[in-house]
Design a protein around this ligand. Structure first.
Ligand SMILES: [Zn+2]
Length: 339
């Protein structure tokens, strides 16, 4: 399939977007103590290497632990952002790209200055845009479900401070403490502040968790009114919620391979049913990888997967890709790709 305006990828984590060889070099340059001495063992450590995936999301967090540790310096963050944007354009022809990361998981518990980490990401972005002027890229700063309210407030404050330099939105992810329902409504003041400063809002919710996950999506829609939702696949089980998403025009960022690898979706049949439910209820969505290097997939592989299992046809895929350009928080992405 060809996509004349290029591809759009809106949901990819910096910790999952840098090639293993680059991460290996960064780890050595910084003298980070690794639990393995062989490159191929390291490759398995920082990616989902078993095609059967990981047992659950906690296992994925253990992988992120290593990539975040290696990316915990201005040097590593700059190189990671620069490498991820260039790689996406060279390998996939991605012309609209949003990269998300949590700066507070990259400052070694406060040892590194947060502004230096964020400014390093901005430098990586600037450099990539000079090298690849065809690409519109932006950064999303992430809050975390394990963080205190004060920590999350600082992340949003930093996102606003650096908004003029390429920070385009805010998000939240991370494990739920004790697996308990997360009180998303408590984030409302931070989200409102971000929104009034012109930042986009996307929220990780409804990836897993059964009925609790469905209730969380409803709470997010009602109390946070996000522009987009990361995953949100559980909404496919609830027609009323799908109607609400469609009515509000909230765009779901769907990451098929990631959901299969983490067992959020049981298999290809459930993936197909989920996508068909969203199409039927006119819920807007885009397709992404969640982190191409960690998930060992590429955006075009995601499109091929959906086509192969009959979840979407070519027109549906083109529509999802066009929506990616339109729903991007990066200024200019829509205008350029509307031609
Ligand atoms: Zn994600």
């Amino acid at each position: 399939m060809d996509f004349p305006g290029g591809l759009a990828e809106l949901h990819t984590h910096l910790g999952g977007s840098v090639a293993s060889d680059a991460m290996w070099s960064l780890a050595h340059e910084q003298g980070i103590a690794l639990p393995v001495k062989d490159y191929w063992e390291f490759d398995r450590l920082v990616t989902v290497s078993d095609p059967r995936g990981v047992p659950n999301l906690d296992a994925l967090d253990a992988i992120y632990h290593w990539t975040e540790l290696i990316q915990s310096s201005p040097l590593a963050v700059e190189r990671s952002v620069h490498g991820a944007i260039g790689g996406a354009y060279r390998s996939q022809g991605i012309t609209t790209l949003e990269l998300r990361f949590n700066p507070m998981k990259r400052n070694r518990g406060g040892e590194r200055d947060l502004d230096h980490i964020i400014l390093a990401a901005v430098r990586g972005l600037d450099l990539a845009e000079l090298e690849y002027p065809q690409v519109e890229a932006g950064l999303i700063l992430m809050m975390d479900r394990t963080f205190t309210d004060t920590q999350n407030a600082v992340i949003v404050e930093k996102a606003i401070r650096w908004a003029s330099r390429g920070i385009v939105g805010v998000d939240i992810a991370g494990p739920r403490p004790g697996g308990a329902r997360y009180p998303y409504r408590d984030l409302a003041p931070h989200v409102e502040e971000a929104r009034s400063a012109g930042l986009g809002v996307t929220i990780h919710v409804g990836e897993e968790g059964g009925d609790q996950g469905i209730e969380e999506i409803a709470e997010v829609v009602e109390t946070l009114r996000p522009d987009r939702i990361g995953h949100g696949i559980l909404a496919a089980r609830e027609p009323g919620l799908m109607r609400e998403l469609a009515a509000r025009g909230i765009v779901l960022e769907i990451c098929p391979t990631s959901n299969l690898l983490t067992k959020a979706l049981a298999g290809e049949d459930e993936l197909r049913d989920t996508m068909r439910a969203f199409v039927e209820h006119e819920v807007p969505f885009t397709i992404a990888t969640d982190g191409p290097e960690m998930m060992r997939t590429r955006l075009r592989d995601e499109f091929e997967l959906l086509l192969r299992i009959g979840a979407l046809g070519e027109d549906g895929l083109r529509e999802a890709n066009a929506r990616g350009h339109e729903a991007s928080f990066v200024r200019g992405a829509t205008a350029r790709n509307a031609v």
